[in-house]
Design a protein around this ligand. Structure first.
Ligand code: PMP
Length: 426
């Protein structure tokens, strides 16, 4: 089976850890935010395929749209044509993306959308430098990895692309300095850093956008994770009143069924890259804008909008965070509960009391992240909740569930977290 196959590459200690967080289960059915194993047990999945299942798994309307497109005998991947479905999806995306992003390029993943944004920025500005943030995640191909500011992902794969400059997230002075030589093509950042759910101060993103304008650099918002309603608005940049020059999206765009990615960008940028007169410049993708991805995308956006899931996500997320907030004052290892919409995190930190301090130190030296596993393991074993250890120091437990969670799910989460956090302090 799959687990035994993977376990041969791991040491026995790691195999045991993985077993306790659910890697040895056989999930045989999925519906909405739930997984069912071969014993008939039900699990609440707060990972949702790393955020792709905004509508939960197997949403019937998206399933129907995919079935329809498979039997419609539409031409697919006619590389000389734009295809009707890609036109419709581009039109819809133009309506819902921030003002000024009038062109859409389709690719097959988040990392490909980032690669495209980097290439478009370089070509449009005639500059080569790319500024990115520590702790940010943009993908694992060489271009996107060169902009990913976490040694955990970079180790063993260098050297990285030249002309990529790392600065701290949230630091406008550092950005000013990096951009001031006027040789930077683009500043790329997630509006909220997904790896640890770091939400910047309200002034950061508007300040960054203003600096980009001042120095002639482009602002790339990587909304692969935060986009399409996850944070309670279509785009996380809307919380900060920012209009990026390029916006990367992927994950939830196809409801989780089909690989897809896209870049929305200003028309002058797109037109420069795809200028038919300038055949020296080429960018594209064989499978980009394939009918399955486009049909799933149209259905997903339609359900998100007509069923009101984005407002629902905003309210439900706020309620979950509010319900968990009192635990912060009560338990000393829990430093913060934060989130926007359905992007939430519990942050753990060094405790003050001596006994807890000792176990904290022991765990940190044994394996960074093990303290967070004190939370994620019982969340799984006792409460059948799948969650994720994240953050720069692996000191964050992260939830990115479907936007469709109901009150019964909220109670499931709040009771479970309250129990495991209390238990971790015993
Ligand atoms: N950017 C961000 C912000 C992401 O969260 C991710 C995926 N976690 C990516 C890019 C890469 O996307 P993909 O895995 O689809 O290539």
């Amino acid at each position: 089976d799959n687990f035994s196959l993977h376990s041969q590459y791991l040491n026995p200690q790691m195999v045991n850890v993985l077993k306790t967080i659910g890697f040895d289960r056989h999930y045989v059915r999925a519906e909405g935010p739930y997984l069912f194993d071969d014993q008939g047990d039900r699990y609440l999945d707060l990972l949702s395929g790393f955020g792709v299942f905004a509508l939960g798994r197997n949403h019937p309307k998206v399933v129907q749209a995919l079935q329809d497109v498979l039997t419609a005998e539409l031409p697919n991947l006619v590389q000389m044509d734009v295809s009707i479905l890609s036109g419709l999806l581009a039109e819809k995306l133009q309506q819902i993306t921030p003002p000024g992003l009038d062109r859409i390029f389709f690719a097959n993943s988040g990392t490909e959308s980032v690669e495209a944004a980097i290439k478009f920025s370089r070509h449009a500005t005639g500059r080569s430098k790319i500024v990115y943030c520590s702790g940010g995640y943009h993908g694992l191909t060489m271009g996107s990895l060169s902009a990913t500011g976490d040694p955990h992902f970079r180790a063993g794969f260098g050297p990285f692309l030249p002309d990529f400059i790392e600065i701290p997230f949230g630091d406008l002075a550092a950005l000013d300095q990096a951009l001031s030589r006027k040789d930077v093509a683009a500043f790329i950042t997630e509006p909220i850093q997904g790896h640890g759910v770091w939400i910047p101060e309200a002034s950061y993103l508007p300040g960054a956008a203003a600096l980009c304008r001042k120095y002639g650099s482009l602002f790339i918002a990587d909304e692969v994770q935060t986009g399409l309603g996850r944070t309670g608005k279509w785009w996380a940049v809307e919380h900060f009143g920012v209009e990026p020059d390029l916006l990367c999206m992927a994950k939830a765009l196809s409801g989780g069924f089909v690989p897809v990615g896209a870049v929305a960008c200003r028309s002058w940028i797109f037109d420069k890259v795809f200028n038919r007169m300038d055949r020296a410049v080429v960018h594209g993708s064989t499978f980009g804008k394939n009918n399955l991805a486009m049909a799933a995308g149209l259905a997903t956006l339609d359900v998100l909008e007509t069923d009101g899931w984005i407002d629902h996500a905003a309210q439900m997320g706020q309620q979950i965070v509010a319900d968990l907030q009192p635990l912060v004052g009560q338990y000393e290892c829990l430093k913060a509960v934060r989130g926007l919409g359905m992007m939430m995190a519990l942050e753990f930190g060094e405790p003050k009391s001596l006994t807890l301090k000792m176990s904290w130190k022991m765990l940190e030296t044994a394996n960074r992240g093990l303290f967070s596993q004190i939370i994620t393991v019982p969340l799984f074993t006792r409460h059948r909740i799948l969650s994720q250890v994240a953050g720069y120091g692996m000191n964050v437990v992260k939830f990115i569930p479907p936007l469709t969670l109901q009150d019964s799910d909220r109670r499931w989460i709040v009771e479970a977290v309250t129990d495991v956090v209390a238990d971790a302090h015993r």
